[in-house]
Design a binder for this molecule. Structure first.
Ligand SMILES: Nc1ncnc2c1ncn2[C@@H]1O[C@H](COP(=O)(O)OP(=O)(O)OP(=O)(O)O)[C@@H](O)[C@H]1O
Ligand SMILES: [Mg+2]
Length: 231
């Protein structure tokens, strides 16, 4: 995979091994350019053996991302082990929450496979051109989006999960529908994580208020809807 030569300086041997594994199982046939990159991860556009478009998210095995993680793993009830193991745990958790969200019908990229620090999933876009983040593309029906996003939060809450980092930076406008991405901070809902649910709802309410939407539902009311289903 020649594209990887460009990134050879950022990926370690384990990452290359994991990519080779995904390649030999047909999940990645050819990798193209990066479609997203941050301090913690890179997302690449790829195709699999069946010419299906795939997004490949690679968590970097680096010290900065490692430092951020242990507190979250504690909240998630996992003990952290060694360096690489921790990043891999982190990625596995993200994948687990993606699977859960997708199964309960949340609009999100279909998760395909997790191997080590790598996740492959449905590519949100068409013919190699990725959909845009909601923060850059507000060509959508505000009322429809608000109710869809709040329904997704309630739906996840009823299944005892929280996205944990919900904002227009982690929602893509794909065919004018909101798709939730980036479950890397997702958590199980409990008394000790309720503040993350409140933060997600507040983020969405603040964003839609800024967009001029008038029928904002109070955060407490949304929490009550989730809570009623849990008692
Ligand atoms: N399934 C996908 N299809 C198309 N593009 C995607 C997909 N998933 C992610 N992207 C692109 O890659 C970017 C980064 O993805 P994501 O938000 O999951 O990672 P991140 O912000 O680096 O998160 P992390 O906090 O895990 O480091 C997104 O902003 C988006 O542009
Ligand atoms: Mg993100």
């Amino acid at each position: 995979m020649s594209i990887l030569k460009t990134y050879a300086h950022v990926f370690d041997q384990d990452t290359f091994k994991n990519l080779a594994k995904l390649e030999s199982s047909g999940l990645i046939k050819q990798m193209f350019g990066a479609i997203g990159s941050g301090k913690e991860s890179y997302v690449f556009y790829a195709v699999d053996d069946h010419r299906r478009e795939v997004a490949v998210k690679i968590h970097r095995h680096n010290i900065d991302s490692f430092r951020k993680i242990p507190a979250y793993l504690r909240l998630r009830g996992t003990k952290s082990g060694g360096f690489l193991k921790t990043i891999d745990d982190w990625t596995r958790y993200e994948f687990k929450f993606m699977v859960k969200a997708f199964k309960i019908g949340v609009n999100s990229a279909e998760p395909y496979r997790n191997y080590g620090n790598i996740i492959t999933m449905q590519f949100l876009g068409t013919e190699g051109k990725s959909a845009r983040l909601a923060v850059n593309d507000t060509d959508f029906d505000t009322a429809e989006w608000y109710s869809k996003i709040i329904d997704a939060i309630i739906n996840m809450g009823k299944s005892r999960m929280i996205h944990g980092d919900l904002s227009p930076y982690n929602i893509m406008n794909f065919n004018r529908k909101p798709f939730l991405i980036d479950f890397s901070q997702a958590l199980s809902l409990s008394a000790s994580t309720l503040n993350f649910l409140v933060r997600d709802i507040n983020n969405i309410n603040t964003w839609f208020t800024r967009l001029g939407y008038k029928d904002i539902v109070k955060t407490e009311e949304i929490i009550r809807k989730i809570d009623e289903s849990l008692v």
